[in-house]
Design a protein around this ligand. Structure first.
Ligand code: NI
Length: 344
């Protein structure tokens, strides 16, 4: 197949590093192929050779596996961390073709005093280490080496502070997909309390929530204050929302009464767990991303269920800032169901 490859070479001097590590980038693209390899060039020949060989083994793997006319994307990047005489690297390859998508990690370290390499295997997590969590992996340093562990719920339950983001009154055609994009970007699970009457016309949004592993709760069919309804009317409100969700093969196990208003008596016939919240972002009242962000950041604590509404642009803007900063502060995001399990 005839193809035209455009290559760019970028050299960026990283002046902050006394070892003068340069970042070099090779970019190849045409109609079918997008290949971007960003890698460090160090003062150490052995190390550079090691990195070159690693890149070659990764690219060969995909070039061999897939025909040259297969549409594909390959990105290779390296994060590195320096401590004393050791440089620790995390190589990451992301591959996507029409039939396949995968991410692989290649952690290794180089001790430039002793000129020795070590690849990381059989990694176990220890509570004593400070770590950095990017939504997909946990990174930490042990014995001067950068360690990486793919994130799992099991790890989060035992090692960190957890919170549940909850979004009420959706699905909203304009804002909910943007919130879902954000959650996907960070691989974060949240909980959506849906108004039943909005489900049928937004089924694809709800399907997306389910496909991404978010939890869905019942928030009545018409968003009436249930204190003003009869027992039969309350049950009908819940049943109709359940019916709308049953078309998508989903049965919610949790219920949030509109305005958080209920009495024990009025929910006594309901076979769902009633969920309110610990932290009200007041997003519906503040309508200001900065104020919502500050309120949540100043009040958040471990095990909080946080109330927000996926119907305001300002809420979306606040969440966009909150997620990375809460991750940075050591919080991990779980669904309400997972949070209830952890609380037990
Ligand atoms: Ni509501």
């Amino acid at each position: 197949m005839k193809r035209f490859i455009i290559c760019f070479f970028l050299f960026i001097l990283c002046s902050c590093n006394r070892n003068e590590i340069y970042i070099k980038q090779n970019l190849s693209m045409d109609n079918d192929v997008y290949e971007r390899i960003t890698y460090p060039v160090t003062p150490y020949k052995e190390l550079n050779r090691y990195i070159d060989e690693l890149i070659l083994s990764i690219t060969n793997k995909y070039h061999d596996t897939f025909q040259s006319d297969t549409v594909y994307e390959l990105q290779i990047t390296f994060d590195y961390y320096e401590q004393e005489t050791t440089l620790s690297f995390l190589g990451t390859s992301y591959f996507k073709s029409t039939n396949n998508e995968e991410t692989n990690y290649y952690p290794f370290t180089y001790d430039y005093l002793n000129k020795t390499f070590k690849t990381l295997q059989d990694i176990g997590l220890n509570n004593n280490y400070d770590y950095y969590f990017n939504g997909t992996n946990i990174y930490y340093v042990e014995n001067n080496e950068l360690q990486v562990i793919p994130y799992t719920n099991e790890v989060s339950k035992t090692t960190s502070k957890v919170i549940a983001l909850t979004f009420d009154d959706g699905p909203n055609r304009r804002i909910t997909p943007k919130i879902l994009d954000l959650l996907d970007e960070y691989n974060i699970k949240a909980t959506f309390f849906l108004i039943g009457k909005q489900i049928d016309e937004n089924q694809e949004i709800v399907e997306r929530m389910l496909a991404s592993g978010h939890q869905i709760g019942n928030h009545t069919f018409t968003h009436h204050n249930i204190l003003k309804l009869s027992d039969d009317e309350i049950l009908a409100e819940l049943r109709k929302t359940d019916e709308a969700l049953s078309k998508l093969n989903y049965t919610p196990t949790i219920f949030r009464p509109p305005y958080g208003s209920y009495t024990k008596e009025c929910v006594s016939d309901i076979s769902k767990t009633v969920i309110t919240w610990d932290l009200d972002s007041r997003d519906w009242e503040l309508l200001d991303a900065n104020k919502v962000y500050k309120k949540v950041m100043s009040e958040v604590k471990n095990n909080d269920i946080i109330l927000m509404h996926d119907m305001y642009e300002s809420t979306y803007e606040a969440v966009k800032r909150l997620i990375p900063d809460l991750l940075e502060a050591g919080y991990e995001f779980v669904t309400v169901e997972e949070l209830l399990e952890i609380r037990e």
